[in-house]
Design a protein around this ligand. Structure first.
Ligand code: FPP
Length: 246
């Protein structure tokens, strides 16, 4: 007897989704400039798109989505732009603390948060605490994040253990180093998406991307839609990944 509900048959390309996607939200400044607006206006729209795309990643069955929000190099931007991005983050955190109840998303932050404003650090801790038992997608928000800094911190932590005599140099291997990354325990990155016509990784998840696929397109981040993400996932599904094999 057919007592269960028949599942909709998905087309083949919809079945292969990356476990971990990394997204570089680029092009906010150019989007604003094209409209004669201050750069900050691009970040405002970019933050809205971030919310929509994060939810769509969860809907498409992605296990981990990491969004590059603010890099260790972004402090070089004019102070008013840095403040605008921090305010958007603050706003998002306050608003999403209420929203979290509806979503099945675990929010994490990667990067050095110690230099951020005290209230932002508190909101980040609250967001992580409020979502820690969720069972859906992990949403990593990279803030004051740099891939090289992440590796340097991991190396320092390991060196301290060797110095303390709790670890021998022979025990240092790839698996151990991975345990000291912000993304410890998460799957490595399968797919990097960078819109806006730039073709760089910009110090994003450099260890985790060793075998990632890349999709670059020309759309500026504030114009990026859920349909665009579906197209990117279709491209990914068509890639033949060999991981060094044949
Ligand atoms: C890169 O575009 C974008 C950033 C450095 C900031 C990204 C931040 C947001 C989308 C807001 C995030 C907010 C939340 C709530 C997480 P760009 O400014 O370098 O653009 P350009 O290359 O056109 O100048």
């Amino acid at each position: 007897m057919l007592w269960f509900k028949r599942r909709r048959q998905l087309p083949e390309t919809e079945k292969i989704v990356p476990k971990h996607i990394g997204i570089i939200m680029d092009g906010n400044g150019r989007w604003a400039k094209k409209r004669g607006l201050p750069r900050q206006a691009g970040h405002v729209t970019g933050a809205k798109v971030f919310r929509t795309i994060a939810k769509h990643c969860e809907k498409r069955g992605i296990a981990v989505a990491t969004f590059y929000t603010f890099s260790t190099e972004n402090w070089k931007r004019p102070p008013e732009e840095v403040d605008a991005i921090m305010n958007l983050l603050r706003e998002y955190l306050k608003e999403s603390l209420a929203d979290f109840k509806k979503e099945n998303i675990r929010t994490r932050f990667i990067g050095d948060r110690s230099v951020l404003a005290e209230d932002i650090q508190q909101l980040m801790a609250q967001a992580e605490e409020a979502t820690k038992n969720k069972t859906g997608m992990i949403l990593n928000i990279a803030i004051n994040y740099g891939g090289r800094a992440e590796l340097a911190i991991a190396a320092r932590q390991i060196a301290e253990q060797v110095k303390a005599g709790t670890l021998s140099p022979e025990e240092v291997n790839e698996a151990l180093l991975e345990q000291h990354l912000y993304t410890a325990g998460q799957p490595e990155v399968d797919l990097i998406l960078r819109p806006s016509g730039e073709y760089r990784l910009s110090n994003f998840l450099i260890w985790q991307c060793a075998y990632a696929e890349y999709v670059f397109d020309d759309i500026l981040w504030p114009d990026f839609s859920t349909k665009d993400l579906d197209k990117v996932l279709e491209i990914y599904a068509g890639r033949h990944r060999r991981f060094g094999g044949v």
